[in-house]
Design a protein around this ligand. Structure first.
Ligand code: 8YV
Length: 324
């Protein structure tokens, strides 16, 4: 079978597909494909493995009538019009679970880095501003026994809450579409409404998927309800936050700090004012970027396509209703 891979992916995934006898074409470039290039390349193959941030909209599915399946090397699928894929009979799979630990590590890293102004202090050294010792300058805040609010307690939120509880005995509160009994039992997590999440969290970490309902959920209004000593962390998707409202809230002292692994847009403009704020740490979307996790994501994405090529259901299919 012919497979198009939209970005270079770890070799382990490619080896798996090649050893299963598939004919692979890779878009071996740092530049994303245009919508037309993506359609043209996908029209010539049976399967597509998306290794990047390409968009797959209704227009794409309409123009790729021979496509048999789409495998994403990501857990998020806000870049895919799933109802359209379903309408055109195309199963779409993702890579859930295996990246939770690595992504939770980045949330933890950002929480700690913001709380101690780590990136700002690093820049001070680079700029020749480390002149001596000042007992009162650039002080951070501690995390021990603080309240961690999780917005969207799925696998990644759970992992982060577990680490934060183990390291700092943080009290866990969460807001989710449904109760997470495991988190309540194992972490003593408390289910709260959205307003309580805003008003009670010392650190509020976003782990929800980007949907029409969650886009812009964190904005001027929500920032006024949060503690002005609070830290906001986002390792989910940039568009959950209204970024200019966040900048203002940080500049006005309505929020204490923010740690972002995802921005809106990506890549972030290097002149973005957030990058100059003392209590802000930004990373370039590296949540899943470890050798171990990216290998596992490539293997899972490849395995899904191998299953599809054998006429089986892809184990991590998102639009499972397609098989009924
Ligand atoms: C990916 C991610 O690196 O899995 C996700 O949803 O955000 C990251 O792991 C990114 O989507 C690029 O494919």
């Amino acid at each position: 079978m012919k497979i198009f891979i939209t970005r270079r992916i770890p070799q382990k995934g490619i080896d798996l597909l090649t050893s299963a006898g598939h004919d692979i074409r890779i878009h071996d470039s740092d530049m994303p494909l245009t919508a037309i290039e993506l359609i043209q390349a996908s029209q010539q193959v049976d399967y597509v493995l998306n290794g990047g941030m390409q968009k797959f909209d209704a227009h794409f599915f309409q123009h790729c009538p021979n496509l048999k399946a789409l495998s994403l090397m990501s857990v998020g699928y806000d870049n895919v019009d799933i109802p359209a894929a379903t309408r055109y009979g195309i199963p779409v799979s993702n890579t859930p679970g295996i990246l939770s630990g690595a992504t939770a590590d980045v949330a933890f890293l950002l929480m700690l880095a913001v709380s101690r102004k780590a990136f700002f202090n690093h820049k001070r050294i680079l700029h020749g501003e480390w002149k001596g010792f000042d007992p009162t300058a650039h002080l951070g805040i501690e995390l021990n026994n603080k309240t961690l609010g999780i917005y969207g307690l799925g696998r990644i939120g759970f992992e982060f809450a577990r680490k934060a509880r183990a390291a700092y005995n943080m009290e866990i509160i969460y807001y989710n579409r449904s109760r997470n009994e495991e988190a309540e039992r194992v972490l003593g997590a408390r289910y709260v409404n959205f307003d309580d999440l805003l008003t009670q969290s010392d650190v509020l970490s976003i782990h929800a998927a980007l949907t029409a309902a969650t886009a812009g959920r964190f904005n001027r209004d929500t920032f006024t309800r949060m503690k002005n000593s609070a830290i906001l962390i986002n390792t989910a998707r940039g568009r959950l936050i209204n970024e200019s409202d966040l900048t203002q809230a940080l500049q006005n002292g309505q929020l204490w700090g923010a740690g972002l692994d995802v921005t809106d847009p990506e890549p972030m403009d290097p002149n973005n004012p957030l990058l100059n704020l003392e209590n802000v740490c930004v990373l370039p979307h590296i949540g899943s970027a470890t050798t171990e996790t990216r290998d596992n994501m490539a293997i899972m994405a490849a395995s899904n396509l191998i299953a599809a090529s054998r006429g089986e259901q892809m184990p991590q299919t998102i639009n499972k209703e397609i098989y009924t």
